[in-house]
Design a protein around this ligand. Structure first.
Ligand SMILES: Cc1ncc(COP(=O)(O)O)c(C=O)c1O
Length: 401
C-alpha cells in the first residue's frame, strides 16, 4: 500500500513568489547578477539595538517564554499603539512567529472548511497557502490597474457576500498593489461587516509605509466595531527585521483572543532572544520610522517615474507599502519573467519579478501583470527599470506583439 499525504496538504501550492527561484539559480550559475524585485525583503540594515539587546541577554538558560509573549515586548507594543491613539490592554495582544503565524492562527480560529472570506484581488499571495490548507473559499472582489486597484463600489463588494461569508480581509497598505484604503472604502467595509455580521481582518504590517498625502487609517481606530476587528502586525517590515519572525495578533474580542491564546499555548513559545531584540526596536526614536518612510518614498517616486515613461505599461502611483503592481504590454508575466532570467541580460545583469497571476483568486486574471518590490536602492531600481524597458522591447518583438 502506498503512503499518502493529507488532502489538505495536497491543496497547498508552491508560492508564486518563489516559483522562479530555480531559474534565478541557473542565471546565477551563468554569472548573471539578479536584481530581486520579486520578494518583499527590505534592504536597509536592521537597527543595531536589536543585536545589542540580544548580546546583553543575561539569562543562563534559554527557556520557553510565556506563550503569549514576553511582558516587556507586549508593553512596548501597547505604548506604540497608544502613540497611534489606540488603547489596547495587554490581554488584547498576543505575540506570534511573525505576521504569518498570526494569520494562520486567526484563520484557524474563525473559519470552518467551506466558509468564505471576502477579499479584494489581487491580494498577498501567501494568504492562499492558509486558505487552501483550511479549505476557505475566497469571494474575490476584482480591482483593476486602471483604478489604481481601489475598490470601485459598495455594490461590487456586497454582491459577493453569502451566508457562508465569515470575514472581510485585506492588507492596508497593500501588498501587492501599494493601495492605501481611503476613508470611504473603510466606511463601506465597516457598513458591510455590521450588516452581515462579519469579522474584519486588517493586515497592517506596512502601516508606516505611506506616501504623499495618503494616510493609512487603522481599523483599530473605529470604536463601534472593536469587537469584530482583528489586526495583524509584525516587526518584519517596520524595522527591517524579517528574520526575527516576530509579529502579533491584536483584538479586543475576548472570546477570539482566547482562541488565539490556546493556539499559542499549543506551540509553546516564540523565540526568546528575538522577543528581547524586538522590545529594543520599539524604543527607537520616532524619527527612525519617519526616516525609513522618506527613503522608501524616494524609491517609490523613482520606480513610478520610470514605469510611467514606459510605452504600454499601465500602473498608478503606489500609495504605500513598497510594491508596484504593473500591467505590462505582454500576454504572460510568468513567461516574461522566466525569459528575463534565462535569456536576457544587460551587462550580465537581469531582473526578477513576481508574476501577477498568483495574486489573484479568479483563474486567468493577472496574467499580464507582475508585482515589483522596490525595497532596493535607487541606483539598482533605475538599472532594473532599464533592463525591463529593453527586455520588453526585445521580448515583444520575439513573441510577435
Ligand atoms: C501583507 C503581509 N502580511 C503579512 C506578512 C508576513 O510577514 P511576517 O511573517 O514576516 O511578519 C507579509 C510578508 O511579506 C505581508 O506582505
Amino acid at each position: 500500500m502506498e503512503l499518502s499525504l493529507s488532502k489538505r496538504i495536497q491543496r497547498l501550492k508552491t508560492s508564486p513568489v518563489r516559483k522562479l527561484v530555480p531559474y534565478g539559480e541557473a542565471a546565477l550559475n551563468k554569472g548573471i547578477k539578479i536584481h530581486h524585485l520579486n520578494i518583499g525583503q527590505p534592504d536597509i540594515e536592521t537597527p543595531r539595538v536589536f543585536f545589542d539587546a540580544i548580546n546583553s541577554y543575561e539569562g543562563k538558560v534559554l527557556k520557553y517564554e510565556h506563550s503569549a509573549g514576553i511582558k516587556e515586548l507586549i508593553l512596548k507594543i501597547q505604548r506604540y499603539y497608544e502613540r497611534l491613539n489606540m488603547n489596547y490592554s495587554k490581554d488584547d495582544i498576543l505575540i506570534t512567529n511573525g505576521g504569518s503565524e498570526a494569520l494562520q492562527f486567526i484563520l484557524t480560529a474563525l473559519f470552518d472548511e467551506g466558509d468564505e472570506v471576502l477579499i479584494g484581488e489581487p491580494y498577498y499571495a501567501n494568504y492562499n497557502s492558509f486558505f487552501d490548507v483550511l479549505n476557505i473559499k475566497r469571494n474575490a472582489i476584482c480591482t483593476y490597474a486602471e483604478d489604481g486597484y481601489h475598490f470601485t463600489s459598495l455594490e461590487d463588494m456586497e454582491k459577493k457576500i453569502t451566508p457562508k461569508t465569515k470575514a472581510i480581509m485585506f492588507s492596508n497598505p497593500s501588498n501587492p498593489t501599494g493601495v492605501v484604503l481611503r476613508k470611504e472604502e473603510l466606511d463601506n467595509i465597516i457598513y458591510l461587516a455590521k450588516k452581515y455580521n462579519l469579522y474584519i481582518i486588517s493586515d497592517e504590517v506596512y502601516r508606516e509605509f505611506v506616501y504623499g498625502e495618503n494616510k493609512a487609517i487603522s481599523l483599530g481606530t473605529f470604536k463601534e466595531i472593536e469587537n469584530r476587528v482583528i489586526i495583524i502586525d509584525s516587526i518584519s517590515k517596520r524595522f527591517s527585521a524579517c528574520g526575527a519572525r516576530i509579529g502579533c495578533v491584536i483584538s479586543k474580542n475576548k472570546e477570539f483572543m482566547n482562541a488565539i491564546f490556546r493556539q499559542c499555548q499549543a506551540r509553546l513559545s516564540v523565540p526568546t532572544l528575538e522577543m528581547v531584540g524586538a522590545s529594543a526596536l520599539y524604543d527607537l526614536p520616532e524619527n527612525y520610522l519617519e526616516e525609513s518612510k522618506v527613503l522608501y518614498e524616494k524609491r517609490r517616486d523613482t520606480i513610478f517615474n520610470e514605469l510611467s515613461n514606459m510605452e504600454g505599461v499601465i500602473t498608478r502611483e503606489p500609495e504605500g507599502a513598497f510594491y508596484a503592481f504593473v500591467k505590462l504590454p505582454i500576454e504572460d508575466g510568468e513567461d516574461f519573467s522566466i525569459w528575463l532570467l534565462s535569456e536576457f541580460s544587460i551587462d550580465s545583469e537581469t531582473v526578477m519579478f513576481a508574476p501577477g497571476e498568483g495574486f489573484y483568486a479568479t483563474p486567468g486574471l493577472g496574467k499580464n501583470e507582475v508585482r515589483m518590490c522596490y525595497a532596493l536602492d535607487e541606483k539598482d531600481i533605475k538599472k532594473s527599470m532599464n533592463i525591463l524597458r529593453e527586455g520588453l522591447k526585445q521580448y515583444r518583438s520575439l513573441r510577435g506583439f
